[in-house]
Ligand binder design. Structure first.
Ligand code: ZN
Ligand code: ZN
Length: 260
C-alpha cells in the first residue's frame, strides 16, 4: 500500500493530468483519466428492476411479482430476452461516454467492459452467451469516425468472458437521420429495419450478447435483436454501459437529452 501510494504520488508529480470530466488534477495513477470523485458519481443500477429490459423500479412493490416486468415489457415490446446496464445515464457518465465515443479513450472501453462483466456475473445463467456483438455503425459514420465506440467495449468484454467477438455479423443498413435530437417515436422509426445480418453469416442457434454504449428507448437493441433472430439466433441479450432512466426521485440527476 505504501509503495502503491508512493507510485501514485510520483505519477501525480511527474505526469500531472487533469480529470477529463471535472478537470481537477488526478492524484492517483489511474488507468483511466477520470478522478475518484467523478467515478463515485456514477450511479450503478441495482435491484429492483424490470427482469426484461432492466429498467430500475422506484418501489419494491413491483418487484414482488414472480417475474417483475415494467409496463412496456408486460406488453411484450422487446425482441431481446433481457437487457442490463451498468449505470444511470447521468451527467458524469454522459461525459465519460463522450470520451469513449469521440476521443477513442480505449482504456475507458476496458473499464466499462469490466463493469459489464460484473453485471453478467450477477446472472451467469441468464447471460450465458456464445458470441459478443457490438451494435454497428452505418458504414458512412464508421468511415467518418474510424472506429465504433460499441466495439471498444465489446472487444475487451469478449476477451474477459472468453467469448468470440462477432463485429462482422451485423451491419447498419439505414443511416441515422441527420437531426440530432429525435422524439421517442422518430427514434423507433429511424431504427426499424435499420440493421441486418451480413449475407452468408451464420448465427443459427447462437446466444448473442449485444453491446452498446447507451440504452435510450431500447429501440436500437430491439432492431438489432430482430435482425439477429430473423437470421436464426436463439436468443439475444443486451448490455449497455448507461441507461436513460426517467422518473427517478429528484436526488438523482435527470439524464440530459442526448442525440440517439
Ligand atoms: Zn473528476
Ligand atoms: Zn421492462
Amino acid at each position: 500500500m505504501i509503495i502503491r501510494n508512493a507510485v501514485d504520488a510520483v505519477a501525480a508529480v511527474l505526469f500531472p493530468a487533469p480529470c477529463r470530466i471535472c478537470a481537477q488534477t488526478l492524484i492517483t495513477a489511474s488507468r483511466i483519466p477520470i478522478c475518484t470523485d467523478c467515478l463515485a458519481s456514477f450511479q450503478p443500477i441495482t435491484d429492483p428492476m424490470c427482469d426484461c429490459c432492466g429498467r430500475p423500479f422506484i418501489s419494491k412493490v413491483a418487484a414482488e411479482a414472480i417475474r417483475p416486468l415494467c409496463r412496456l415489457c408486460r406488453l411484450d415490446s422487446f425482441s431481446f430476452s433481457r437487457a442490463r446496464s451498468y449505470a444511470v445515464y447521468n451527467d458524469a457518465l454522459h461525459s465519460a461516454i463522450l470520451l469513449l465515443k469521440y476521443e477513442e479513450v480505449t482504456r475507458l472501453g476496458d473499464w466499462f467492459a469490466t463493469r459489464l462483466a460484473e453485471v453478467v456475473a450477477r446472472q451467469p445463467a441468464e447471460f450465458r452467451a456464445d458470441v459478443v456483438v457490438p451494435v454497428p455503425l452505418h458504414t458512412d459514420r464508421f468511415r467518418e469516425r474510424g472506429y465504433n465506440q460499441a466495439d471498444l467495449i465489446a472487444r475487451p468484454l469478449a476477451r474477459r468472458l472468453g467469448l468470440k467477438r462477432g463485429s462482422y455479423l451485423l451491419m447498419r443498413t439505414k443511416p441515422r437521420p441527420a437531426r440530432l435530437v429525435l422524439s421517442r417515436k422518430e427514434h423507433w422509426d429511424s431504427v426499424r429495419g435499420a440493421y441486418a445480418t451480413r449475407e452468408g453469416v451464420r448465427v443459427d442457434k447462437l446466444r448473442v450478447l449485444l453491446v452498446d454504449d447507451v440504452l435510450t428507448t431500447g429501440a436500437t437493441l430491439d432492431a438489432c435483436s430482430r435482425a439477429l433472430k430473423k437470421a436464426g439466433a436463439a436468443e439475444v441479450l443486451g448490455l449497455t454501459v448507461a441507461r436513460v432512466v426517467t422518473g427517478l426521485p429528484p436526488s438523482n440527476p435527470q439524464p440530459r437529452r442526448e442525440a440517439y
